[in-house]
Design a protein around this ligand. Structure first.
Ligand code: NAD
Length: 278
């Protein structure tokens, strides 16, 4: 199964545009690329919309020709200056996307990484039974891709650029049914800290947003996701879950000069779930 064939929300489900975000103009004049738009429910798409609403010029990538059918029409909604396929397993594809975006935008002030994948069979199995190849693939797509994306972006990043990735609580605690994605996200969060240390001297900041569960294509592929969504909402300090827009607003903040002193951090946008015991 390829990533764009993950058991999905039904075609067209939830594709209607959400109400436009009223964002303060914190990103006027800034330019950047968002990796990982699959459809209008993608957190990557929520980020593109929010970043655009905050004044940025934003390009985005989608996986492949199959994904283009739902992702590409979205480009018109925000007059995206760049939209192209990118498979993070392929260096040439990733490099071409970053070079292409930088050329179209005249440089990059931010890079948002919103990409993850694991095979269904490896997600459904107990973690100790995960296949070697399944582990390699999940870590490659979900964690190594951040390193590679930053590596290829580096020549194009401005002096005060910001890199943001998307993670989940399962990186830090053993969440039921998150399985293989837990170690993948743990690696991703460690990368954030090491990249922040490496790139800090250049002025580049690197952070993660740890989102509470929201309904997306990738999330729908996780065993027991719908139950998890319900349970998580019931036990957060806010007594509810979070929205795509709330996650995207945090991405905007981390991409903006308002977070100039913030790096090497995982910012939880989960209605407080990370801080309380069930
Ligand atoms: P999504 O399915 O909309 O996005 C995942 C994206 O990864 C898709 O666009 C998919 O095409 C892409 N992808 C998979 N394999 C790829 C590859 N080889 N090359 C390039 N792209 C590839 O789902 P989402 O929930 O918006 O996921 C975005 C990020 O948010 C992921 O890192 C996910 O782990 C994270 N996250 C999601 C939730 C949630 O509840 N939805 C919570 C916390 C974190």
């Amino acid at each position: 199964m390829t990533p764009s064939e993950t058991p999905a929300l039904a075609d067209g489900e939830d594709d209607a545009p959400r109400p436009a975000l009223a964002m303060p103009p914190m990103l006027t004049g800034r330019r950047g690329l968002v990796l990982g738009v699959a459809n209008p429910r993608s957190l990557a798409w929520a980020a593109v919309e929010a970043l655009s609403a905050a004044g940025a010029r934003v390009g985005f990538t989608y996986l492949d020709a199959r994904a283009a059918r739902r992702a590409l029409p979205l480009a018109e909604r925000v007059a995206a200056p760049f939209a192209a396929p990118c498979d993070v397993r392929d260096d040439d594809s990733l490099r071409a996307a970053l070079d292409g975006a930088a050329a179209a935008l005249g440089g990059l002030d931010f890079l948002v990484h919103s990409v993850a994948f694991a095979e269904q069979a490896d997600l459904a199995a107990p973690l100790h039974a995960c296949s070697r190849e399944g582990f390699r693939l999940a870590l490659d797509v979900s964690a190594y891709s951040l390193l590679r994306a930053v590596h290829f972006a580096l020549p194009h990043l401005s002096a005060d650029a910001s890199v943001v990735t998307l993670t989940y609580l399962g990186a830090r605690v053993a969440v039921p049914l998150y399985g293989l994605m837990g170690p993948a996200k743990a690696a991703l969060e460690a990368e954030v800290r090491y990249l922040a240390r490496e790139l800090g001297p250049r002025g580049v900041r690197v952070n993660a947003v740890s989102a509470g569960p929201v309904k997306t294509l990738a999330a729908a592929g996780l065993p027991g996701f719908r139950e998890r969504l319900r349970e998580a909402a019931a036990r957060t300090p806010l007594g509810r879950g979070v929205t795509h827009e709330e996650v995207a607003a945090a991405v905007c903040f981390l991409c903006s000069p308002l977070s100039g002193g913030v790096t090497a951090t995982t910012l939880h946008v989960d209605a407080g779930e990370h801080a309380v015991s069930p």
